[in-house]
Design a protein around this ligand. Structure first.
Ligand code: SF4
Ligand SMILES: [Zn+2]
Length: 318
């Protein structure tokens, strides 16, 4: 059995923080990672993509499953640093048609990405057809909404915003400590869609507190909810441990199986509502059987083709 998980948000914040290890030491002038990849677009074409993991101040939320804080700073970066990081990564990568700027938090959080840097950042994104950023719904409403629209206008190409829906299983969503309700998500989706901004949705497969079967069921229901919110892309993420807090939950968190990821992605593709990707970062950590590498290859093919290759038959795990 794991430790007792607290009930109130403030207690949860503290409990999660106390179980953290150390952050990595980062250089504010450089992105902490960047890579070139290809991603299937809505026409079935593979689009060259530059993905940049920006170094910036830590997200103000304390989600139970989050490990992104490991690659963040305690302080905001100075003016111009983010644009410099972007230019550095672009110059180091092969050319690409779209760009993902992931900042381990919310792109429109002024503490993370200084708003006065918008013009310089937009200038460095000129050559891309699509710009994809991530953001918590709290930074897509009220006084922050204006910045989103200004940024959309400044880049002069298609803006896509990724939001972590995580799960539509409401008791679990609440325990994840994300400080977001399904209504918050829906309003953020409506705001984006009514302003000609595309919506990417991150969904967790088997967050803590759910069994394998419940994990599959609620990931599928989350895909249904994303379809109702008119999402353009969904990425299903097998829930990972490794941040301290997840380990402290003991048996309340178990990593999902790759066969479950296949089931959920297949369900999402069957909705014919959007593209569906399996997040395959660190996929080897989910290996539980000799068929796992074949399953990972099949998932990569599903990502690239948005079709279902023939199923893997395994006498050991099925
Ligand atoms: S909102 Fe995203 S980046 Fe921030 S703590 Fe939660 S999962 Fe991590
Ligand atoms: Zn197997």
């Amino acid at each position: 059995m794991g430790e007792h998980y607290p009930i109130t948000t403030l207690q949860r914040d503290r409990w999660i923080l106390q179980r953290r290890g150390h952050k990595n030491s980062l250089e504010p002038a450089r992105p902490y990672a960047f890579l070139w990849e290809e991603e299937c677009d809505d026409q079935g074409e593979l689009i060259s993509t530059a993905t940049i993991f920006l170094t910036n101040r830590e997200c103000p939320f304390r989600c139970l499953m989050c490990d992104l804080w490991q690659n963040t700073l305690d302080e905001s970066v100075s003016a111009g640093a983010i644009a410099r990081q972007i230019r550095y990564a672009i110059a180091s990568l092969p050319s690409a048609r779209q760009i993902k700027l992931y900042n381990a938090g919310s792109f429109f959080d002024p503490q993370a990405i200084p708003p006065e840097d918008n013009p310089e950042i937009a200038q460095s994104l000129r050559s891309f057809e699509r710009v994809i950023v991530e953001c918590h719904p709290a930074f897509l409403r009220g006084k922050y909404a204006e910045r989103v629209l200004r940024f959309r206008d400044l880049i002069g190409s298609k803006l896509e915003v990724a939001i972590g829906l995580e799960t539509v299983h409401e008791p679990t969503l609440q325990k994840l400590n994300k400080r977001m309700t399904l209504d918050d998500f829906k309003s953020a989706a409506e705001f984006l869609k009514s302003n000609d901004i595309d919506l990417r949705v991150f969904i967790l497969l088997r967050p803590p507190f759910l069994t394998e079967a419940e994990g599959i069921e609620w990931a599928c229901r989350s895909l249904d909810f994303a379809a109702d919110c008119k999402a353009d892309v969904c990425t299903v993420i097998p829930t990972r441990g490794g941040n301290g807090a997840m380990e402290a939950l003991g048996g309340q968190y178990q990593p999902p199986k790759l066969s479950s990821l296949e089931t959920v992605v297949a369900y999402g593709l069957g909705l014919c509502a959007f593209r569906v990707f399996a997040d395959l970062w660190d996929v080897e950590k989910f290996s539980t059987c000799e068929c796992s590498s074949q399953r990972a290859t099949r998932l990569a093919e599903m990502n690239q083709t948005q079709q279902l290759p023939s199923a893997i038959v395994c006498s050991t795990c099925t």
